[in-house]
Design a protein around this ligand. Structure first.
Ligand SMILES: NC(=O)C1=CN([C@@H]2O[C@H](COP(=O)(O)OP(=O)(O)OC[C@H]3O[C@@H](n4cnc5c(N)ncnc54)[C@H](O)[C@@H]3O)[C@@H](O)[C@H]2O)C=CC1
Ligand SMILES: CC(=O)C(=O)O
Ligand SMILES: [Mg+2]
Length: 374
C-alpha cells in the first residue's frame, strides 16, 4: 500500500504520525511510504532520516493526498485539506468527531474512510491508541495546573505541594481513567491533596489500592462535584464516554462558588469539554477567565512535548497502521472488531453511534455498510 505521512498544520502541533523507525518497519513489509517534506522536524526527525528509512520525501500535502491510499495524521484534517481527500481513501488519525460537526459533515462529503485512533478498542475495551496521549496529557495537566496557579500566570499564587507549615493545594480530578490517574499521580508527587472521582466502582477499588496516600478516590456524583469544587485550587476534567460528547459536570453556577484564581484544566475538551464554560484554546493562547476562574482547554496538549509524544504515539499506532495497510480495509474491518470500532465515517455514512447522536445524523453500523458495498 502507498501510505502518506502528512505534516501537522494545527496551531503549535509539532508531532508527526510516524517516526523514521516506523517507516523502516512499514517499508520492510513492502509498503511505499511518502513523507511530506519537513513533517518530522518539530519532533526532531529530518527529511534525511526518513529517506534513510526508505521513505520518499514529497513536496506538499496535495501530492501526499493525491498519491496515497492511506494518509496518516496526528490531529484531524484542517479545512484547507478537505478538498484534497479522495473517495475511498483511508484517513487514519485522531478525529474526535463528536466535538466537530463541521469536520463530520466535511468527512461525510469526501466519501473517505475515517478511522479514528481514539475509538479503536482492544480486547479489554480499553483504547490503545488514545492511551499514550492520555498518559502525556494527564501528566501535563498537573504541570499546567502548577504553572497557572502562579500569580504571574493569573492564578491564586500557590504552590501545589505547599511547604512545611503551609498546607498543600486541593486538586480535584474528575475521571479516573488514563488521563485522570496520570494527572493525579503527578499532583500527588508534588504533594497536593488529590480527590479523584469516577463513576465506576471497580475502577475506584483499583485506584484505592494503587494510588498514593494523598489521593482520595471517590464516587463521582453531581453533589460530590458541587461540594469539592468549592474547596478546590485546581480542577482537572478527565472524563470520557467512548466516542461521545463529554458530559458537562461543572456548571457556570458552580464557578461562582469557587475560590477566585482557581485553575480549571479541561483535558476532555477534545470531546467537547466537561465544564459548561470550556471552549478549545491553543498552545499560543492557552487560557482565559470566566467568573474569576482560569480555564486551560488546549485540545492537543501532547503537541507541546513532541519529542516524547511522537515516539509514544508511533509505538502504539504502528501495529495498527501495518494491519490496515496489509489488505483491503473491508477485510481488515470484517475480521478485526477493535479496528472496526475505529471506523467513524465511511463512504458518506456515519458509522459510529455516538457521532450520529451528537448531530442528529443517520447511523449506519459498519457491518451494514459492508454488506451494501462490494
Ligand atoms: N486535550 C488533549 O490534548 C487530550 C485529551 N484527551 C482526552 O481526555 C479524555 C479522557 O481520556 P482517557 O483518560 O484516556 O479516558 P478513559 O476512558 O481512560 O477514562 C475516562 C474515565 O472517565 C470516567 N467517567 C465517565 N463519566 C464520568 C463522570 N460522570 N464522572 C467521573 N468519571 C466519569 C470513566 O469511568 C473512565 O474511568 C478524553 O476525552 C480524551 O480524548 C486525551 C489526550 C489528549
Ligand atoms: C488525543 C488527542 O487528541 C491528542 O493527543 O491531541
Ligand atoms: Mg486532543
Amino acid at each position: 500500500m502507498i501510505v502518506g505521512i502528512l505534516k501537522e498544520i494545527k496551531t503549535e502541533e509539532n508531532r508527526v504520525s510516524m517516526t523514521p523507525a516506523g517507516v523502516e518497519v512499514m517499508t520492510a513489509k513492502g509498503h511505499q511510504v511518502l513523507v511530506e517534506s519537513l513533517a518530522g522536524v518539530g519532533s526532531g526527525f529530518s527529511n534525511e532520516a526518513y529517506q534513510a528509512a526508505g521513505a520518499e520525501i514529497v513536496a506538499g500535502a496535495a501530492e501526499v493526498y493525491a498519491r496515497s491510499e492511506m494518509v496518516m495524521h496526528v490531529k484531524e484534517p484542517q479545512p484547507s485539506e478537505y478538498e484534497l481527500i479522495r473517495p475511498g481513501q483511508i484517513v487514519f488519525t485522531y478525529f474526535h468527531f463528536a466535538a466537530g460537526e463541521e469536520l463530520t459533515r466535511a468527512m461525510l462529503k469526501t466519501g473517505a474512510i475515517a478511522i479514528a485512533y481514539e475509538t479503536i478498542v482492544d480486547a479489554d475495551n480499553t483504547l490503545p491508541l488514545l492511551t499514550p496521549m492520555s498518559e502525556v496529557a494527564g501528566r501535563m495537566a498537573a504541570q499546567q495546573a502548577a504553572k497557572y496557579s502562579e500569580r504571574a500566570q493569573g492564578g491564586r499564587g500557590i504552590l501545589l505541594g505547599g511547604v512545611p507549615g503551609v498546607p498543600p493545594a486541593n486538586v480535584l480530578v474528575i475521571g479516573g481513567g488514563v488521563v485522570g490517574t496520570h494527572a493525579a499521580q503527578m499532583a500527588c508527587g508534588l504533594g497536593a491533596k488529590v480527590y479523584l472521582l469516577d463513576t465506576n466502582l471497580n475502577r475506584l477499588r483499583h485506584l484505592s489500592e494503587v494510588m498514593p496516600k494523598n489521593c482520595f478516590p471517590m464516587m463521582s456524583s453531581p453533589a460530590t462535584i458541587r461540594d469539592l469544587v468549592q474547596q478546590a485550587d485546581v480542577v482537572i476534567g478527565a472524563v470520557l464516554v467512548h466516542g461521545a460528547k463529554a458530559p458537562k459536570l461543572v456548571t457556570r453556577e458552580m464557578l461562582k462558588t469557587m475560590k477566585k484564581g482557581a485553575v480549571l484544566v479541561d483535558v476532555a475538551i477534545d470531546q467537547g469539554g466537561c465544564f459548561e464554560t470550556s471552549r478549545p484554546t491553543t498552545h499560543t493562547a492557552p487560557t482565559y477567565e470566566v467568573e474569576g476562574i482560569l480555564h486551560y482547554c488546549v485540545a492537543n496538549m501532547p503537541g507541546a512535548v513532541p519529542l516524547t509524544s511522537t515516539v509514544a504515539l508511533t509505538n502504539a499506532t504502528l501495529p495498527y497502521a501495518a494491519a490496515i495497510a496489509a489488505e483491503d480495509w473491508r477485510e481488515v474491518v470484517r475480521k478485526t472488531p477493535g479496528i472496526r470500532a475505529g471506523v467513524n465515517v465511511a463512504c458518506g455514512k456515519v458509522t459510529y453511534q455516538g457521532v450520529a447522536e451528537a448531530f442528529g445524523l443517520e447511523y449506519t453500523p459498519v457491518d451494514q455498510l459492508l454488506i451494501s458495498i462490494p
